[in-house]
Design a protein. Structure first.
Ligand code: WT7
Length: 654
């Protein structure tokens, strides 16, 4: 984080109390909040046990709340049995079968609505089709889909029969898809012909074919949804149209009740090595976190229209498009396309037409829309919106204020939710009817969450405004259980740093005088580019997969809209390209990396060098590279550099 952002945060003194009218009707009011905090403080385990009993529908009640015998591989509600799809569908069918579950809008403008009854029927038909293919509890199914209702249907169909889904974001490349399929050993891949994005067609089926052609021996079946209408090749025996797969399948399918700890899904995310990790979540604990935080942080009510703009390829789409709101019986909006298509009013147009009451998006989207001016949102009736949310990266105070003024019209609380793929659900966020907000701060931990800032030695930092590592000191139900196939990596990544005492989030943060958390950024080699998590090592290995590249080092630099941009230093085999040749080669390498990993990883800047600055032990001096990428002064000791002249070259002056 730069000094400039730190200053702006420290100077950010504004405080916005929750609007009185909001508090008056809120699910959680100040007295409830205090009661919850006191209860969790008194009896952490009992607190979560009570909430699990009251919040979820159990097939078999649990008697063991928390099992720490193999800590930090914690288990929750171990002897209970439950089904996540049952909790998202069946529980609503008696009272309100005709309530709208999903309002879908495609990028070209098709609108479809599904009631809970219709959603349940479609989930059951696909679940039966999967069963007919021999898929059962514990089998992995990869979902590589556009943002369409069928993506949610596919997730719930897996959950219905105890299969473990692994959603791969539709923007990832064939290569990334293949790695994820192979790591999970998936038996089925569910995709679509294509998807609409920013007026263009994304050929998902073609990418799926490419992934399967490169390996993926475990996959026996490819189910293809007809959506965009583009031509695709269907391979007989392996490929089947979704409509054919579900044809004749009954719209009832008995849920397979699984033990609480049965994996509900894997979701791959980037870490500090080149290999993405399959974050594994457990059925009951995840569902509890998803549903409870939807009710608490978003104050969800029966008449709300809830729009979380995240793609189901990210955890936000799992927790706040699928499981949280559906378990809570909400009406959710799903939109397939880009926020600026056909123009920068699209989000507000959708809010207006579908009567969105809760709107949850990422700072990068807010900043992008901000650039188009406030007269665009001013054209729309946003009077139904009563709460705004933010997620994915720290929100800069300027964007926060713009959001509050131009979208919330000064009326709506802003809920800045801090969490991670690993945490499963929001851990730090203001309860909207209770906690005063400060632009740029995710405020205070939710009840039952023991978050703290610690120094290098693991001691709590109490001095306001001194930074440290963000840690969680007690287990919570929606925490990840392990990394698929690599428990050693689970232990070393999240627990080893402070001797297994705390969950280490990988973020740096500080707390102010009021105990508010201010997240500063990542402490590891993970970038947040447009809110998407990318490992620098992953991008570097994509570079060196190019036969002409000798070496690459990737760092982040601040970017006005994306938050962070990808800055790569590249050493080619042979002579360093210069002039027009360098320009052409940089363009070629940007496309190369985008093809290897997906368009979200397309590097912003590429600078060629003869070599990279390294310490005597051969470690790349990343801090130096970061300073250069940010145009900052170098404060490091560079006397150990082999070739100090390289600095000029790295600065682009050589
Ligand atoms: C990382 C997790 C949480 C779902 C989407 C991202 C950053 C996330 C905030 C926030 C500051 C935030 C952190 C975290 N982050 N939310 N409200 N304020 N930073 O999930 O891809 O697993 O990324 O996103 O750095 O560690 P993810």
């Amino acid at each position: 984080m730069t000094n400039k952002t730190l200053d702006s945060i420290l100077l950010e003194g504004r405080v916005f109390p929750p609007p009185a009218a909001f508090t008056a009707r809120a699910r959680i009011r100040p007295a409830d909040h205090e009661r919850l905090l006191a209860e969790a403080q008194r009896d952490h385990e009992g607190f979560w046990g009570r909430l699990a009993r009251e919040t979820l529908a159990w097939h078999k009640p649990f008697t063991v709340t928390l099992d720490g015998a193999d800590a930090p591989n914690f288990r929750w509600f171990t002897d209970g049995e439950i089904n996540a799809a049952y909790n998202c569908l069946d529980v609503h069918l008696k009272e309100r079968p005709d309530k709208t579950a999903i309002i879908f809008e495609s990028e070209p403008g098709e609108v479809r609505a599904l009631s809970y009854r219709e959603l349940a029927a479609q989930v059951c038909r696909l679940a039966n089709a999967l069963k007919a293919d021999g898929i059962g509890a514990g089998d992995r199914v990869v979902i590589y889909m556009p943002m369409v209702p069928e993506a949610v249907i596919a997730m719930l169909a897996c959950a219905r029969i105890g299969a473990v889904h692994s959603v791969v974001f539709g923007g990832f490349s064939a290569h990334s898809l293949r790695n994820r399929i192979e790591d999970a050993g998936a038996r089925v891949l569910i995709t679509a012909d294509g998807s609409h994005r920013a007026g263009k067609l994304v050929e998902l089926k073609a990418a799926a074919d490419e992934a399967l052609a490169q390996g993926c021996a475990s996959v026996g079946k490819l189910i293809v949804l007809r959506h965009a209408g583009n031509r695709v090749d269907m391979r007989p025996g392996r490929d089947v149209w979704w409509s054919d797969a579900v044809a004749g399948q009954p719209d009832h399918c008995a849920p397979v009740f699984v033990p609480s700890e049965h994996p509900l899904f894997l979701l791959y995310t980037s870490g500090s090595t080149g290999r993405p990790k399959g974050i594994q979540h457990a059925t009951a604990g995840f569902l509890l976190g998803a549903k409870l935080t939807t009710l608490w942080a978003f104050d969800l009510r029966d008449d709300d229209v809830f729009w979380c703009t995240a793609d189901i390829g990210w955890v936000t789409g799992h927790t706040y498009v699928t499981y949280g709101p559906l378990a809570a019986g909400a009406t959710v909006v799903m939109y397939e396309g880009a926020p600026v298509h056909p123009d920068a009013g699209r989000f507000w147009d959708i809010c207006q037409r579908h009567g969105v009451t809760i709107f949850y998006t990422a700072p990068t989207a807010i900043r992008a829309l901000m650039k188009h001016g406030e007269d665009i949102p001013a054209r729309y009736d946003l009077s139904k919106i009563r709460l705004l949310g933010s997620v994915g990266e720290p929100i800069n105070p300027e964007a926060w204020i713009w959001y509050q003024h131009n979208i919330g019209r000064g009326r709506c609380p802003i809920v800045d939710t801090w969490w991670q793929t690993e945490t499963g659900a929001t851990l730090i966020a203001p309860l909207p009817g209770v906690v005063p907000t400060k632009p740029g701060s995710c405020t205070l931990p939710l009840p039952g969450i023991d978050a703290a800032i610690v120094d290098d030695d693991g001691n709590e930092v109490t001095d306001p405004n001194r930074g440290g590592f963000l840690v969680i000191r007690k287990p919570w139900p929606s925490m990840l259980r392990t990394i698929w196939g690599d428990n050693a990596r689970y232990l070393s990544t999240y627990w080893a740093r402070f001797g297994n005492r705390y969950y280490v989030a990988g973020d740096t943060a500080h707390r102010d005088r009021d105990g508010y958390f201010w997240v500063m950024g990542r402490a590891d080699d993970v970038l947040k580019v447009s809110g998407h998590r990318l490992g620098t090592a992953e991008i570097e290995s994509a570079f060196v997969a190019n036969p002409r590249v000798a070496e690459a080092a990737v760092v982040g630099r601040p970017h006005e809209i994306k938050g962070e941009a990808i800055f790569a230093y590249v050493v080619m085999k042979g002579a360093r390209p210069t002039g027009a040749q360098a320009g052409a080669l940089a363009a070629e390498l940007r496309e190369w990396v985008a093809r290897e990993l997906g368009a979200i990883a397309r590097p912003d800047d590429i600078r060629f060098a003869d070599n990279l600055p390294k310490t005597r032990s051969g470690k790349i001096m990343r801090r130096l590279l970061r300073a250069i990428a940010r145009g900052e002064a170098i404060t490091e000791d560079v006397s150990t550099l082999e070739n100090p002249a390289i600095l000029e070259q790295l600065r682009g002056e050589g």
